[in-house]
Structures are given as C-alpha cells and as structure tokens.
Design a binder for this molecule. Sequence first.
Ligand SMILES: [Zn+2]
Length: 342
Amino acid sequence: MQAVRLMERGRGGVRVVDIPEPERPQGFVLLRMIAASVNRVDLYMRDSGAGISHSLPQTMGVDGIGEVLECDADSHFRKGERAIIYPYVFCGSCRHCLAGEQPLCLRASIFGEHRDGTFAQYLAVPQTSLLPLAATADIYAAAALGVAYLTAWRMVFGKAPVHPGATVLVQGAAGGVSYAAIQLALMAGARVIATTGGEAKSAHFRSLGIEVVDYRSENVVKAVAALTGGEGADVVIDNSGEASWSQSLRSLRRGGHLVTCGATTGGHPSAEIQRLFVRQLSVHGSTLGSVEELRRLLAAFQTGALTPRIDSVFPLDRIEDALARLEHPDRIGKVVVDIAGD
Ligand SMILES: [Zn+2]
C-alpha cells in the first residue's frame, strides 16, 4: 500500500513509499483510509519530533476517516461503514481513562506521533479509538474534525467554557484550530474578535460578521481595549505562543482566561506573574479532547450546526504540497489529504 513515511528529519525526509498492509489484531478495525488532514504537529514531527517517543521511519498523519474493511465478529462496527479516528490509542484502565480524560492517559499514544499514522491506504485502529460516521457526511469536512476541531472544542467548551455574550479574542485566526475556535465560539453565542495579518484575511473574517484586528497594522492590546470599553476579553485563545503571549495577557479582562494549545512562534515568553496574580488571570493548557468531546463535536457536525472550513485538498502523493500549503501565509482553515480518491 501507499503511505507517507517520515524517513528522516527535514523536508526531504517525507516520502510516499510502498509498504505492506497492516495486520489487524483482535479488538482492532481495519480501515481503508478515505481522507485525513495535515496539522502543525506533522511539521513538528518532520522538523524536530523532540520530546515525543517514536522511531523512524514512521507513517505520518494524526487524524482522518476511513471505511471499515474488517473487524471482530462482536464489534459494533460493520464492514462498509465509515468511521472517524480518535487520535489517541488509550489504555482504558488508568485513573485518567476511567475519569473519561483519555488525553491524560498514562499509556497513551497518538497516531503519527508515537505510532504509525493515518496518511496510508490502510490502517488498523483499536475499535475504542473509532466513532461511526454518517454515510452522507462530507468526507473532507469530516477529515478535518479529529485534531483541529476537537482541540478547539476543548479550548472553547472545556475548563473556561465560553457562554453566550462572552467576548472571545482568537489570535492568529486563519490557523486550523483558531478558525475552528471562532466557529465554535460563535456557535456558543459569543462575541468574537479575531486577530490576523493582511487585508485579504481581514476581509475574510469581517465577512463572517466578526470584529477583526490586523496585527500587521494595529496595536492588538489597544484595539481590543477600544472594542471592549477598556475592559478586555473574557477568554483569549492563543496557539501562537511567544510572539503573542504578552498581548494575549494584556488583552484579558480582570479574572479572564487564556487558553493555549500551541507554541508555533516559541514556547518561552515572559510569564508576567505580577499581571497574573494582581488581575487574577488563569492560564489553561489544552491538548486535543476526550472521546466524549469528539462524540459531541461529531453530533454538532452531523446535525449541520458546524461546517469546517477547508482551505484546499491534495492527493496523498502530493503530501509535500499539502505541507507547504499548511505553512503558506495565505492559507485560511484546513488542508486535507484525499487518500482514497473516491
Ligand atoms: Zn489510560
């Protein structure tokens, strides 16, 4: 079968190769993969992979959807059904799994990070890491849910739940998770302010009916203060890290919440501890989401409450172009890989 393998670090290390089809252990479902999406973590794996236990070569790809080819006789899946992959393989018996917090599982592994991933024509997945997907679901939109939208779901509805009327500032709005967070915050009835760079992207977000601050030409902190009567935002979603961290803390109202799931521009900004305690700010770290959160997200998607924004679609053998598009400054939303070409 064809698979995208990371052979060695760096851009030249990503190759489309022929490898044997996977075996299906008991308790697993063999999927014919339909589509997946590229995520920032794919670039991190390509370029560094530091801090993530794995060995190369390894198949890339963290999320995706597929069609059931083979499963146990007593499985609740059936041949021919579609399923969406939950990115974690989890033990199901540690204290965190028993509490429904699979992202904290003591023995968790993630596709495309700790084990072979989803950019392959076939993949064996534990049936506990799969949810059924409606046959009528748009395949590209569904393929974008597993990482970006699940991550955004937990950021918006998790530890500092966004409520109707809350003001949410989303930094770097065009990124996959940020775009998803905007859609989910709007779904929750929040007022959303987006920061982005350049006229074309600003115009796109204004067309969604939300307020936009262009960080290339405006001072974000002053602009957010002006838009909120000097008070600041209730919640800031910041996946960019070092470059925007200070702005994000300064854009929060007293008692506000900063939620982060990424550090694209670096992971060591000033902590600004005085600001944290004097203004009683909270900082929440977030990664992906639980199986139950994926189920809720999928329900919102399948009832039409949410339509993921797809920037572009590439066939599996153009993975390098897909990764380049992910890094392109004009990108807005998700880049999808069409694996099956159905
Ligand atoms: Zn566990």
